[in-house]
Write a new protein. Structure first.
Lengths: 85, 1073
């Protein structure tokens, strides 16, 4: 499992569960694309309300290629937090 | 019968939302939404719930839920509010509780819901059991033996199945679940939950499969801890406060998201997509359908002689006393009044209630304990004849219907004042008389006011204790009584202490989200006792307060809502003082004073007329002192009126000045309508008592007593004009019809009645208090030393010991010093000599010194009696095993002055502490000699006295310590001001001994400045207050330019400018508003 914390581009853009994901690996390498096969789990996180509150909705996704991705949405932005390959 | 999962589902569930939508053909339409909330916590799960039962019900109704079960942890205090709110919002209420259940060393929460009224009793027994244990939990065997009409849910994330499955202890779990299902057949549900945490969906499926394997039904029951998602931060902060940690510190009990809010019903069903679990939630609600709130009150069981009914016994007692209390002239009226009352009591089946109250006062009389009924009960001739009250309602023409009438549905209010020194004795007797299980104090819900909320939430946010305390103090009189929700109005105080700290905004946001009435914990009521015929657990659980007092988890309103009658046994310090003064007189003079039968004495009325009323019951406040001088009361009726006059009701309705002017003959007495002369004749045409409103409603507006009672409550509590408009119309129409009033007259009377808002006395109550007030004045006149010693000991009223000590100079009662060889446990009167003549003086006790307990004072006294006076500090050290800090306190407080100077005594104590343990004589005399220390000057002795005993027996006053500085400022003493006439402009100063800013005073504040035995009331205008907010909050000594408004026993000054001088010692005086 790799911890990435990189921004994601999702399609469709407004979907609560994306079908396709794109990101750039921070350790070099180009853009990676993944297609979502199914949602394995989802959960919410809230924290640090005493500063600027963080509200995230997490998805654990299985890609068509068989990888597992942990992604979250915070506000309008998406982030890939962990990748299991 | 609950629906088991195998009836409804095929095969195992699959991952993802909606995967388990498959259902049995027998269910035509599986639910698409959750219909019932079965696991809900309110603010009564202290520190782990943010919404009141009302807020939860309102939100649940908004979201379309059909029912809500309140399941607070070991608490059902929200029950009455829940059922009332559910009735208003049209949903079903269920009552239950979360029980921490102990299995060996582990504790698991389990939700129990009452299936019936008797099941509610079972629940209360379990909660009571838990509260009786140090661990505050229910042992597993106890749970399994208390099963009657309870439905159990296995708990959420920390529940037994979820925990043991996570630990893979399946066999263990199966065994426990079989035991549980055996004890609660067809009433055990495996609780399914989803907290929007990782793998919760899978967890729910596993739980469901487990239930299926044991053929147990499941139920969808998300755990609700607050109403709205936005309350999550407050929930987390309160949880941190409860855990004693800061928000930066992680803890497994803290929430990780906002899932504790009431979910949307469809969302809940989507998260727990198990048809049988959703249907079972409805099924539980159906089974647990009952109304907690009864329609009638249940009276306690009185002791009635065999062969008599309670009604007969009551009648017999009353008629026997009637012949003793009334003479031939008054007997017919009294008999008629009694017969009418007894008919009402019979109709309401309240005879036993009166007899029970009489049993209490009988006990007090038999044991020499001063006790007297107060409040509206004092208008009852039954209460008077039974000896519950001391006011003759025939003689004073008091209105029984304020207390009771046949249309009254609310609890009759019998309040009995008992000498505070012996109230515990009475309560212990009540407990033994009525039984442990059927008697308890009602509780008070201690709610968050701003200072307390700042302490708890500020701690969670990491504010250090000193900063929290500083902030609480900075609130001052302006903000500290505010509800926490209005915290932003106290912005200046927050800015002053927290500046731009980020925690400030976070704290304000939290405070604003607290419920308007947000309970923090339960505490015993000041005197409310409930007595029931059956065990109190039929109504609510019992627990012990932190002080060890047994309380029932109901406040007075909830107790009434559940059908219990409360009896108020209130500790009254003045009664203890009267009792103590009487005993002191008997000790010194051999005279026993009958306080119930004191002669009418001109000297007492002279004293009251002069306003020399400091230390007297109910008439000692600065405003009462002023009123005394204006009213010049000469009769008990005057005194009762005087006591009732200075209350928010009469003040806000503008009664005070017309009453006083008319009484003085400065303006004519007029009536709004001729028919009101009979009602308001004795109060000069103005509204003074609660009864006046009732009488006007009946005799002027033609209402029945029932309607009038409801009308009185409405006019005393209305908020908006719309609230009261229907009552206005009914009142005016009634007045036109009943007495032929014109619309203008009716409108005028209604406006006057409407203005009688806030707290006003019942006339009967004022009379009851007037009797005590007169008794206090009588003792003050005839036995000032004994009375002073008594009020110094019992501390009734508003004035500090220091102020009373200086007042003693006006009473001509000298004070003797505290002396280890003469002082005891209480203030006593001792003979002294002045100018060669014997004079009674007051000797303060050893325990007047802070840090010296009554037990220690007794120990010293006993040793003194056994072995004679102490010859030296060494002698005291050798004979009495006192802790070093106690001996030092005695030295600092001057109790060892007779053995040598205070500094030398302290040196000696230090030396002795290193030689032999206290209470043992050293083998050899201490080799360390005491050096010749400079004796402590008198100013130093005053400061030490004030720090240790809050007063000094010296003639010096704290203002004397800054006298030079005041002279330099051109401030004259209050003594000099007293010689100036009204209208003079002066600069003066005084020690602040009282600070009042009553909400009824339109922003004006009233401070009392003291200089020796002279006091001045300083009136501070709102503008001056605003300009000097910090000064008026913090000043020990105020220097003011002022106009003299009144002279006499108490000066009255109107401030024009304010300043302060740093004092050396202050007085923690009376504060109000």
């Amino acid at each position: 499992v790799r911890r990435l914390m990189v921004p994601l581009t999702v399609e469709p853009a407004a979907a609560s569960v994306p079908r396709r994901l794109r990101w750039v690996d921070p350790k070099g390498g180009g853009e990676t694309t993944a297609r979502v096969a199914r949602v394995l789990d989802d959960w919410d996180y809230a924290g640090r309300w005493w500063e600027v509150e963080t509200l995230r909705h997490y998805l654990l996704l299985e890609t068509v290629e068989g990888h597992t991705l942990e992604v979250f949405r915070e506000g309008e932005g998406w982030c890939l937090s962990r990748l299991s390959d | 019968v609950p629906i088991a999962p195998e009836r409804l589902t095929r095969g195992r569930g699959q991952a993802g939302a909606g995967a388990d939508q498959a259902h049995d053909a027998s269910i035509e339409r599986p639910p698409q939404r959750l219909g019932v909330l079965l696991c809900t916590h309110s603010t009564f799960t202290f520190g782990a719930g943010t919404a009141s039962p009302t807020t939860l019900v309102r939100r649940a109704a908004e979201l379309g839920y059909a029912a809500l079960a309140l399941t607070d942890t070991l608490n059902v205090t929200g029950g009455a509010e829940l059922f009332q709110a559910a009735d208003r919002h049209g949903i079903q209420a269920l009552i239950g509780a979360t029980l921490p259940v102990r299995i060996d060393a582990e504790v698991f929460p389990l939700v129990a819901i009452a299936a019936s009224r008797s099941g509610y009793g079972t629940l209360n027994e379990l909660i009571t059991h838990a509260h009786a244990r140090e661990e505050r939990d229910v042992p597993w065997p106890v749970l399994l033996s208390h099963t009657h009409d309870l439905i159990v849910l296995t708990g959420g994330r920390d529940g037994l199945p979820a925990k043991l499955l996570a630990q893979r202890r399946v066999r263990d779990l199966e065994e426990r679940m079989r035991e549980l299902a055996g004890a609660f057949p067809e009433r055990t549900f495996v609780q399914l939950f989803h907290d929007r945490l990782p793998w919760d969906a899978r967890r729910a499926r596993v739980l469901r499969r487990f239930a299926q394997s044991l053929a147990l039904p499941t139920v969808a029951a998300p755990e609700v801890k607050y109403a709205l998602e936005e309350d999550y931060a407050l929930y987390d902060a309160l949880m941190c406060a409860r855990l004693g940690i800061g928000v930066q510190q992680p803890h497994p009990d803290r929430p990780r998201n906002r899932a504790g809010a009431i979910p949307h019903a469809e969302e809940a069903a989507r998260r727990l997509p198990f048809p049988e679990a959703l249907l079972n939630a409805l099924h539980v609600a159906e089974r647990a359908s009952f109304d907690l709130l009864p329609e009638r009150l249940v009276v306690p069981q009185a002791s009635v002689p065999k062969g008599l009914t309670a009604d007969q016994h009551l009648e017999r007692r009353c008629f026997e006393a009637l012949l003793v209390r009334y003479d031939a002239a008054t007997l017919p009226i009294a008999r008629r009044k009694l017969e009418e009352e007894l008919a009402t009591v019979r109709a309401l089946a309240l005879a036993e209630f009166f007899l029970v109250a009489a049993e209490v006062t009988d006990y007090c009389r038999a044991h020499g304990i001063l006790a007297a009924g107060r409040g509206s009960a004092a208008a009852s001739i039954c209460c008077y004849l039974l000896g519950i009250t001391g006011v003759d309602p025939v003689k004073y023409d008091l209105l029984f219907e304020r207390f009771l009438h046949t249309g009254k549905s609310a609890m009759p209010d019998v309040d009995i004042d008992i000498s505070s020194a012996r109230r515990d004795e009475v309560i212990a007797w009540v407990e033994s008389r009525f039984g442990q299980a059927t008697e308890a104090m009602v509780c008070n819900k201690i709610t968050y006011r701003l200072p307390l909320a700042i302490q708890d939430l500020g701690r969670a946010l990491g504010l250090p204790p000193e900063q929290r305390t500083k902030l609480s103090r900075a609130l001052g009189r302006d903000f500290r009584h505010m509800s926490a929700r209005r915290a932003r109005e106290a912005g200046p105080a927050f800015d002053e202490v927290l500046g731009d700290a980020p925690a400030k905004e976070a704290l304000l946001r939290l405070l604003e989200r607290l419920e308007p009435v947000h309970p923090r914990h339960l505490a015993p009521h000041s005197g409310g006792v409930v007595l029931s015929r059956e065990p109190l657990t039929h109504y609510a659980p019992l627990e012990r307060s932190s002080g060890g007092i047994k309380i029932v988890q109901l406040d007075k309103d909830d107790a009434e809502a559940l059908g219990l009658i409360k009896l108020d046994l209130l500790g009254l310090r003045m009664l203890a003082a009267l009792e103590r003064a009487r005993e002191e007189v008997f000790r010194l003079e051999g005279v026993w004073i009958d306080l119930a039968d004191l002669p009418d004495d001109e000297r007492v009325w002279d004293l009251i007329s002069q306003g020399a009323t400091l230390g007297l019951f109910q008439v000692e406040s600065p405003s009462q002192i002023h009123t005394s001088r204006v009213m010049r009361s000469r009769t008990m009726r005057d005194l009762a009126h005087q006591i009732a006059l200075i209350r928010p009701g009469p003040i806000q309705s503008g009664t005070v000045h017309p009453y006083l002017r008319r009484r003085q003959g400065l303006e004519p007495t007029t009536f709004w309508h001729p028919s009101l002369e009979a009602v308001l004749g004795k109060t000069y045409g103005v509204l003074l008592f609660q009864e006046d409103v009732l009488r006007i409603a009946v005799h002027f507006a033609g209402m029945t007593w029932t309607e009038a009672d409801r009308f009185r409550k409405k006019v005393s509590s209305w908020r908006t004009v719309e609230d009261i408009e229907p009552d206005r119309q009914a009142f005016i129409a009634g007045a036109l019809r009943h007495v032929g009033a014109t619309p203008e007259q009716a409108e005028t009377v209604f406006e006057a009645v409407k203005g009688f808002q806030g707290f006003g006395f019942a006339e009967s109550h004022a009379w009851a208090f007037a009797i005590h007030a007169y008794a206090s004045g009588w003792l003050r006149v005839h036995y000032p030393a004994e009375y002073l010693a008594a009020i110094m000991t019992e501390e009734p009223g508003m004035w500090s010991p220091s102020t009373k000590r200086h007042e003693a100079r006006l009473w001509d009662v000298p004070f003797l010093p505290i002396d280890v060889n003469r002082s005891g446990v209480h203030y006593r009167v001792a003979w002294a000599r002045r100018d060669g003549k014997p004079v009674k003086a007051v000797r303060p006790p050893l325990c007047a010194i802070k840090g010296v307990s009554e037990a220690t004072a007794r120990e010293i006294m006993l040793d003194r009696l056994r072995a004679g006076a102490f010859a030296s500090v060494d002698d005291l050290h050798a004979r009495v095993p006192l802790a070093r800090d106690v001996t030092e306190a005695l030295a600092r407080g001057g109790a060892l002055d007779a053995l040598g100077d205070r500094r030398e005594a302290l040196f000696r104590i230090g030396v002795l502490a290193g030689s032999a343990p206290a209470g043992t004589a050293p083998l050899l005399a201490s080799p360390v000699p005491t050096p010749g220390l400079e004796p402590l000057p008198i100013e130093g002795r005053l400061v030490w006295d004030m720090h240790t005993a809050r007063f000094s027996t010296l003639e010096l006053h704290p203002i004397d310590l800054v006298r030079d500085q005041l002279r330099e400022l051109g401030a004259m003493s209050l003594h000099q001001v007293a010689r100036r006439g009204r209208g003079a402009t002066v600069r003066t100063a005084g020690l602040v001994v009282s600070r009042q800013k009553p909400p009824t005073a339109k922003g004006f504040a009233f401070y009392v400045l003291e200089d020796g035995p002279i006091r001045a009331q300083l009136i501070i205008s709102p503008d001056l207050w605003t300009a000097h907010r910090t000064l008026v909050r913090d000043a020990m000594i105020i220097v003011a330019d002022a106009e003299v408004v009144d002279t006499g026993y108490q000066l009255t000054l109107k401030a024009t400018t304010l300043g302060m001088v740093e004092g050396v010692v202050g007085v923690r005086g009376y504060e109000f508003g």
